[in-house]
Design a protein. Structure first.
Length: 463
């Protein structure tokens, strides 16, 4: 009975500590946002106090267009505000006192100016119309309304400056997305704002504008040469860790490939039975529909009225460029924790490399690069699948990568991924989840307490 009592007390104590941890976690999650809100209020109050101590007539951040009188102290200057202050010297008498209108500063440049695009415009011209305008050379970088790049610890993002506090050396920015419809200028979220240090703000690259893209197009008339330059520009954004902008940049190249007009005997890939299969265009039915021919087990099989939107065109003479664009965009998605999108691009890469030996006259060097490319694509897809908890599919990718005879450096990464998959399997199993062990401890403690209290001969347990 002594051992049972001690055991029951220990189990009850463990259950109590576990319940206490759960309560503390719930309270922390509930109080955390409130604490953050209080910090924001304290910062706003400090801002109000500074404005009052400095004699400001208004504590609001926007600069008023009309001042009460010319004798009032000047408002706090915003970056890019070049308005001169009123003279404080003697003034001639006026019939009636009336407010003096200060010259208003020029409106900040709009985040995006969309130029009209004609129906017959090329895809490159349509792309240029969606990009932000280039900043004027005489406009200071730290100006309200400018689109800039904000460098954070592990990532960089585009943002628009909404307010500058030169005293604190900070600026309020509104982060912006880099979607295909917005051209990298639309707010990613209405509440996606942040106060950053001025040292974190950097200028955009010269090519990240309509003028920069137009220059690229003028200097590279050939379609594939232009796509190669665009890919190098995307690589520059990737090195800056601006994965959103880089993925959008690579995505425009993918759109150019997907938008190429298909003709007879053009090679394409189509998703069938969960895998990409290689086919040829037998004939073009109409705009957006084609007839395909498959080679299945040595026999030719036809498929009619297939939508071109369901096809991935294969450019066997530019396969290295095509696969690298999909691979680079997948890396961007992986760094943004968009594992599903990354897995889809990597599946396309695997399909492109897998059909190298089936293509007539493939690009020189593509066969040698296919083996290494398949290993890398399977390894990266295995990581994205692990991030989604798809352990079996991730293990199959590891097996496929190992079968490709990878280089020693890549082999070490693949083996590490294999260990990570096994660890994740154990941690996600119900036995190790923790909840089952907790309930078992609680129930066992109650049983031991009942036995020690009532005895084994109690009517609750029978004789």
């Amino acid at each position: 009975k002594f051992l049972l009592s001690w055991w029951s007390m220990a189990a009850a104590d463990a259950a109590g500590r576990a319940l206490q941890d759960l309560i503390f976690a719930a309270v922390r999650d509930a109080v955390g946002p409130l604490h953050q809100r209080l910090d924001d209020l304290a910062r706003d109050l400090e801002h109000v106090k500074r404005c009052v101590d400095g004699g400001a007539t208004s504590v609001a951040r926007p600069v008023p267009a009309v001042a009460a009188t010319s004798a009032e102290p000047p408002q706090k200057k915003l970056a890019g505000d070049h308005c001169s202050s009123e003279s404080s010297g003697p003034r001639p008498a006026e019939p009636a006192a009336k407010p003096v209108v200060q010259p208003s500063k020029p409106d900040p440049p709009p985040a995006s100016v969309s130029r009209p695009v004609s129906a017959g415009a090329s895809r490159m011209e349509q792309l240029a119309a969606r990009l932000p305008p280039k900043q004027e050379k005489n406009t200071p970088l730290l100006s309200v309304g400018n689109t800039v790049r904000v460098l954070k610890q592990d990532i960089a993002r585009r943002a628009m400056i909404s307010f500058i506090d030169e005293d604190d050396g900070t600026a309020d920015v509104i982060f912006q997305s880099a979607g295909p419809d917005e051209g990298g200028t639309a707010p990613a979220d209405e509440e996606d704002e942040e106060t950053v240090k001025l040292q974190q703000i950097k200028a955009l690259e010269d090519f990240e504008s309509k003028a920069g893209l137009q220059k690229t197009m003028d200097e590279n008339k050939d379609f594939f040469a232009c796509c190669t330059v665009l890919k190098e520009q995307g690589n520059t954004l990737f090195k800056l860790k601006d994965y959103e902008a880089a993925s959008w940049w690579y995505g425009q190249i993918v759109n150019q490939f997907m938008g190429r007009e298909l003709c007879e005997e053009h090679w394409v890939m189509l998703m069938r039975d969960g895998a990409l299969e290689l086919a040829r265009v037998r004939s073009v039915v109409s705009d957006g529909l084609v007839n395909l021919v498959f080679d299945k087990n040595g026999k030719q099989m036809g498929l009619s009225n297939v939508s071109v939107t369901a096809l991935v065109p294969v450019f066997h003479d530019h396969l290295l460029l095509q696969t690298s664009v999909y691979m680079n965009r997948a890396r961007c998605f992986a760094n943004l924790n968009k594992n599903q999108e990354a897995a889809q691009d990597l599946t396309t890469v695997i399909g492109l490399w897998g059909c190298v030996n089936l293509l007539p006259d493939p690009e020189e060097g593509s066969k040698d690069a296919a083996s290494e490319g398949l290993c890398k694509a399977h390894y990266l897809r295995g990581k994205t699948r692990l991030g989604r908890g798809r352990h079996d599919l991730a293990a199959s990718d590891v097996k496929a990568a190992m079968a490709g005879n990878p280089a020693p450096a890549l082999l070490r990464q693949i083996r590490q991924l294999e260990r990570d998959i096994e660890i994740s399997k154990v941690e996600s199993s119900p036995v190790s989840a923790g909840s089952g062990t907790l309930w078992f401890t609680v129930v066992l403690g109650l049983v031991c307490w009942a036995i020690s209290t009532f005895g084994l001969n109690a009517p609750y347990f029978g004789t």
